[in-house]
Ligand binder design. Sequence first.
Ligand code: CS2
Length: 495
Amino acid sequence: MNRLNQKLLSDLPKDILLPAYDRTQLKAGIVHLGIGAFHRAHQAFYTEAVLNKFGGDWGIIGCSLRSASVRDQLVPQDGLYTLVERSGEGEKLQIIGAVLDTLVGPENPAALVAQMAADNVKIVSLTITEKGYCHDPATGNLNEAHPDIIHDLQHLDKPVSAIGFLVAALKQRCDNQQKAFTALSCDNLPNNGEVLEKVVVQFAQKISPVLADWIKANATFPCTMIDRIVPATTDADRQDIEARLGANGESLRDEGMVVCEPFSQWVVEDKFANGRPEWEKVGALLVDDVHVFEKIKLRLLNGAHSTMAYTGYLSGFEYISEVMEQPAFVNLVKTYMAREAGETVVAPAGFDIEAYKQQLRERFSNKALKHRTWQIAMDGSQKLPQRLLETLREQLAGNGHIDILCLGVAAWIRYVSGVDEKGAPIEVSDPLAKELRAACDANQGNPAGMVSAVVGIQKVFGADLINETKFIATTTEWLERFYAKGVLASIQETF
Ligand code: CS2
């Protein structure tokens, strides 16, 4: 079976949107670190829209910092892939042409640094997930004990971490008296640009204070709020569209395809060191301050997502849309949005927050998207601080409702114990999985002990939350109920 590629573009069915610009003339202006499904459905989608409308030298060099799988999907297809938007209303297919090449960091780190240091590159964007920042989530400081950081400080000529790559490339640009680039964080972290700047500057400081000063003065690190629900692509998805892409009865294989919802949003702080595509002309919002948007999104969307992921998984639901078919879960999510997360966010003028909440619930209910609870449950130790714990602190300080926030933390503890309600193992994917499991194992049959041991992990909970008696008591009550009655029954009898 043929693979999608440049030569076959003109044979594709006519209802599929194709690049409207001449790809053979396209030059790279962006290097993207972490070219997973999210980047391909989000930033690359916006850049594609700019190229389609206005052209320009904003092609993307994608990069994987770990495995070669995306490169192996995209390079044989000349970088092309299908973006499939799915909802109850049907399916829309678009071929994205913005990705020119894909590099694999570990195969040739120097080549990636050279690419990032090239004059034509104006922006280095990142989707490396929360843990890729190698920071301590509670303080935002660079984690100097992180093995990748230890490595990169000693071997800046062959970095492994995104932070090492950024500093190595900025150092070359500084040494060669070139312009700096904009480092554009597109991960779900509060103040993501500031977090990135802090770890990059702290790392650079260890290499040379002159370099650190040059970076502060020349590079920029805008904050962004990114939003689009993009489940991991499955083989069933790839098989599904083979026939759709083919012509004359022949199927066409696309290994790099990505499925997403129709909705997407991008709010970007307009602070670029070296030019940028006109993303504001294709739907992005370029603003002076993204914090208010980011807080609304992280707390309402991601906070609800994580809560549904742990409770839903433990209740036996594979997908978020199945969780949303349960009236008790819908009530839980509504209450969470109304009085817990909802009480801590203030909408900007003209922003209809009630409509936004309603729209979120509709997005969660999209049955055409197979968004696994297990996928969202990953890396909870890196996600909970900004999704639930910051909200919790504000609610505790203002004497607001915390019941569902505690329920979310209890469900997470139940989940990271590593054994489900039927006694089957849970595959917990989290950098702290071992530590969390040990804290639970040491307190088997003792929910109060489990809560104290897990909340005692300061990397996640800081030093303060262990002393919040109302939080500890409510979380313990939920965990006791979960063990006594099961998660689904506990939620059904309450909501
Ligand atoms: C999800 C997010 O996997 C997760 O943790 O909560 O990826 C979520 O789908 C996106 O942030 C939506 O914009």
